[in-house]
Design a protein around this ligand. Structure first.
Ligand SMILES: [Zn+2]
Length: 189
């Protein structure tokens, strides 16, 4: 299946994000180190009972400012990761919701669309498990609601049915189709 452009974009974002993981790790380490540099100022300078000059206060203020800068950046990193987590969860939920949605049966019947059905074809009693590597996996997608375009089946189901038939000692679906056509032609004549 060719990659949809939305999927391609998502893959690019995911790859860029993966590259950002070590960068964020480095940033957190750096923030930790910088905070350690100013760690002593609050406890040793404030509340020591001694007199303070303007210069000392400036150092304290500078330390407070530096700590504020670093901690606010750490908070921002945390917030961004939290936002990404929520977006990633939303993306998964929307995709799952889309997969669960089915056009109402009544609507399809009203539009006279013939739905894919492999009933009566060889192996129609063996369900198909998507992504299975089981050599005995079936071909029939009992949930398939695509429009029938070939021999009562959608293109994807038809291909699976044909492969299954050939691999299990049945005639290829193409041969069966040709035979059917010959029969119908004979009847029409
Ligand atoms: Zn189908």
């Amino acid at each position: 299946m060719t990659e949809h452009h939305i999927q391609r974009k998502l893959r690019q974002v995911a790859e860029a994000l993966a590259c950002t993981v070590p960068l964020v790790g480095n940033a957190l380490g750096h923030i930790q180190d910088e905070l350690a540099l100013t760690d002593g100022y609050k406890s040793t300078t404030i509340g020591d009972g001694g007199s303070r000059s303007t210069a000392e206060l400036t150092v304290v203020e500078a330390a407070v400012h530096a700590r504020y800068e670093m901690t606010s950046r750490r908070e921002q990193l945390r917030d961004d990761v939290e936002a990404l987590t929520q977006i990633a969860n939303s993306l998964r939920e929307v995709a799952l919701g889309a997969l669960r949605y089915r056009t109402p049966q009544a609507l399809l019947e009203a539009s006279h669309v013939t739905l894919c059905s492999g009933k009566g074809k060889p192996g129609d009693d063996v369900p198909w498990i998507p992504h299975s590597r089981d050599p005995d996996n079936g071909w029939r997608d009992t949930e398939c609601r695509r429009e029938a375009v070939r021999d009562g089946m959608c293109g994807a189901c038809w291909k699976r049915a044909d492969r299954w038939a050939r691999e299990h000692g049945f005639r290829s679906m193409v041969t069966v189709e040709a035979a059917d056509y010959g029969y119908r032609s004979a009847v029409n004549l």
